[in-house]
Design a protein around this ligand. Structure first.
Ligand code: ADP
Ligand code: MG
Ligand code: MG
Length: 477
């Protein structure tokens, strides 16, 4: 099954696997691939290794580099979308009529737009995710699953993964494969973006505020980025929406203060799901932060640029050209990564989408405007849902997407709460982008690293935080 990855005889060597399992877990702990436990997510007294694969997963070198190369263009695309009110308005018009969460974000966007833009510093830290589609004719191509413009995670923990797999491969005496794992340090690159924006904000005492959840299972992932900032003498605080509600304020210049400290950057590691806003007060806090002079990562328009509805609208003929009128090469590079995306807006086009999905549901994924894994709809469930909403505007809360079919690969998944077993796995490659714009000038635009996540093929959906996928490394072949 594995195509020039770890040979089957190695995967089936029980004695070796047993030995490697123990080595692997200890190595992950030693290298700091850590997560707090489900039971005690806020206690540093009990930690565990974050779930990961025993072996790295083969990824064709050319497709890997294609994903890295298109990233700076995706950065510019997201930034341009965020500056185009007409596009955002039109793209999201049908969605916000039926999707409350997107509507609330959009209403903050509209309110902020009325105000004078005092601080034209924009910081974008995003992650574009892909699967390698394996078509019937045997070709493999890079297809984007989505782009995350808010709270894109695992840039920290994944920075430690190369050394973990290299050590496992050394113990397994797979010295050749060891060479096929690249260095990777998104944490450093994300921190570079934050540091640049902090510098441009221009106040030495002002802090970077990580806006976080009350459940802090994935805190170590944040800490890698945080500590990069501290090492540059940039102060960092961690606060929740509640804290901002309680002690946040704007001064007459709309500088943001929280607990008496001026905030240079609000780095959202929370705020992407409806459940994150526990009351109206959280929404008020979000509005206050958006209205402030602080750099928001992301600002509300960049957050909206990452919605699945926007992704679907971008796939319409002629739309990318509007964002890059003078750059046909850029358009071609970005478009080459698009999977089929279809509107469910009311009208003939949307009606055709419904018919198509009902006729062959296994070929598609039905997606609402949600983040964080576990929200998408697959197979027969697509028919059930669409039949319920096919003649109502409710269907416009969703988009339809071609189901990407990656080639499965055998691997072992290590997680604290489950016994080790050989799984048929599917992988998703993420690429981290960081950019900073001051006024009209892009002062930083980089691809800062990658993330490979692997899941058992029995799961359709879900990321690492959702408990489905685990951390991995590409083995370049
Ligand atoms: P989220 O914002 O919740 O992460 P995604 O669009 O990334 O939403 O979907 C979640 C997961 O569902 C992905 O990580 C992937 O495993 C699966 N998935 C999403 N879209 C597709 C697709 N078009 N083809 C195959 N799998 C998909
Ligand atoms: Mg997402
Ligand atoms: Mg995703």
């Amino acid at each position: 099954m594995s195509t020039s990855g770890i040979p089957e005889e190695v995967l089936r060597n029980e004695a070796l696997i047993k030995r490697l399992e123990e080595v692997a877990k200890d190595t992950a702990l030693l290298h700091g691939v850590l997560m707090r436990t489900k039971d005690k997510p806020n206690s540093p007294e009990v930690v565990n290794y974050a779930p990961f694969t025993l072996f790295p997963t083969p990824v064709p070198t050319a497709l890997f580099h294609q994903a890295l190369q298109v990233q700076t263009h995706y950065n510019r695309l997201v930034d341009r979308i965020s500056q185009n009110p007409n596009f955002l308005q039109e793209a999201l018009a049908s969605t916000i009529k039926v999707d409350d969460f997107t509507a609330k974000l959009f209403s903050i966007y509209k309110q902020v737009q009325q105000e004078p833009q005092t601080m034209p510093i924009v910081l974008g830290l995003n992650r574009s995710d892909y699967m390698l589609d394996h078509s019937a004719d045997g070709r493999t191509s890079l297809k984007q699953i989505e782009i995350n413009t808010i709270a894109a995670s695992f840039g920290g923990l994944t920075s430690r993964m190369p050394d973990v797999h290299r050590h496992i491969l050394k113990v397994a005496n797979r010295l050749q494969e060891r060479q096929q794992i690249l260095d990777n340090n998104p944490a450093a690159g994300l921190a570079r973006g934050l540091a640049k924006a902090w510098e441009l904000y221009g106040s030495e005492r002002a802090v970077v505020m990580f806006l976080v959840e009350d459940v802090q299972r994935n805190i170590y992932d944040h800490r890698y980025v945080e500590n990069e900032l501290w090492s540059r003498d940039i102060p960092v605080i961690r606060r929740e929406f509640e804290d901002v509600c309680r002690s946040g304020s704007l001064d007459s210049d709309r500088r943001l203060f929280v607990d008496g400290q001026e905030v240079a950057i609000v780095y959202f590691r929370n705020g992407y799901m409806p459940q994150n806003y526990k009351s109206e007060k959280s929404w008020e806090a979000r509005l206050m932060m958006e209205r402030s002079r602080a750099v928001k990562c992301p600002d509300i328009s960049t957050h909206l640029a990452g919605t699945k509805k926007v992704q679907q609208e971008l796939a319409r003929p002629g739309v990318l050209e509007k964002f890059f009128p003078e750059e046909p090469e850029t358009v071609a590079l970005i478009r080459a990564t698009f999977a089929g995306l279809y509107t469910l807006d009311m009208g003939e086009e949307g009606d055709r989408t419904v018919e198509m999905a009902l006729a062959q549901p296994e070929k598609y994924v039905l997606k609402p405007q949600r983040e964080g894994g576990g929200n998408n709809i697959y197979g027969q469930e697509i028919c059930r849902v669409l039949e319920g909403v096919r003649n109502s505007t409710e269907r416009t809360a969703y988009i339809l997407m071609d189901k990407v079919q990656p080639r499965p690969c055998h691997n072992y998944l290590l997680r604290a709460d489950a016994p080790l077993r050989l799984c048929v796995c599917l992988s998703e490659l993420g690429v981290f982008g960081a950019y900073v714009r001051k006024g009209t000038e892009m002062v930083m635009n980089e691809c800062v690293g990658h993330l490979l996540r692997t899941k058992s093929s029995e799961h359709n959906d879900g990321g690492v935080a959702a408990g489905v996928a685990v951390l991995d490394n590409p083995l370049l072949v």
